[in-house]
Write a protein that binds this ligand. Structure first.
Ligand code: FPP
Length: 250
């Protein structure tokens, strides 16, 4: 487990409390394009740097006891990007999926993909099935990759599934409550989302985990994702631990 001690120059700040680590963290991996452009590099290089950074962040989160990390890799809106960028992102994801078996084994990590995989290429669909299968018994942290994911489309999908359950007589309309709908979200098997992090300076959810964000704490940072390191994650978690979460109570 990695703890970042303050240096002599740094002002006094609270330390991470390992007994109150958020169970589920969501990350909008934003700012890859800007990171690359500032270095005079193509945007795809920024996405590669973002994917590399995810590995280090996974290791850190796993080491401090985070149970699930959901990362926004490709949104339902990202199809409107130039085809060359879409292709580069898909190749990056495909390459990543091929490495999952090897990488996750030692870490006992489990891979989950959340989103509509139907429009993805056959080779990516196959790689997803394989990566999920070979990591299914992992009892460490779950890395949940939101891929062709949108919060609104996830809620619409849940409504559709509920309507089908009514139609087939499995339930009656009165049975549809928050618990029931929550069970139809991609994240039904994961703990509640405690903390959502958005690097790169933007302060919006951009259709990420809309249902799950109901009581999540939010943290943003001006640092672009490829430069958002373990110490920045630790800072976000320490701040999360200082929040007074009342869940609507007083
Ligand atoms: C948004 O930032 C980021 C994305 C749309 C892609 C995120 C994908 C990765 C980090 C890599 C793929 C993931 C895995 C799991 C291998 P942006 O690049 O649009 O940033 P900008 O606002 O600076 O343009």
């Amino acid at each position: 487990m990695k703890l970042f001690r303050k240096s002599a120059k740094e002002p006094e700040r609270a330390e991470l409390d390992l007994s109150r680590v958020p169970a589920h963290i969501g990350v909008i991996m934003d700012g890859n394009g800007r990171w690359a452009r500032r270095k005079g590099l193509p945007r795809s290089v920024g996405h590669k740097a973002g994917a590399d950074n995810l590995e280090a962040i996974c290791d850190y989160c796993g080491s401090i006891g985070v149970k699930a990390l959901t990362v926004y890799a490709f949104s339902t809106e990202n199809w409107s990007r130039p085809q060359s960028e879409i292709d580069a992102l898909m190749e990056l994801l495909y390459g990543y999926l091929l490495t999952v078996e090897e990488k996750f084994k030692n870490r006992s990590m489990k891979l989950k993909i959340s989103g509509d995989t139907a429009p993805l290429s056959d080779k990516i669909k196959k790689a997803i099935v394989h990566a999920e299968e070979v990591t299914a018994s992992g009892d460490g942290m779950v890395l949940n990759i939101a891929l062709n994911y949108g919060g609104r489309s996830e809620i619409a999908r849940a409504a559709r599934l509920a309507a089908e359950d009514v139609k087939s007589g499995k339930i009656s309309p009165e049975d549809i409550d928050e618990k029931y709908l929550g069970g139809l979200m991609y994240t039904a098997d994961l703990p509640e989302v405690d903390l959502i992090i958005r690097p790169s300076g933007e302060k919006r959810l951009s259709n990420f985990l809309l249902w799950q964000a109901a009581y999540a704490e939010f943290w943003y940072s001006d640092i672009c994702w490829p430069d958002f390191k373990e110490k920045d994650m630790e800072r976000a978690i320490i701040d999360f631990q200082s929040r007074d979460r009342r869940f609507g109570n007083v």
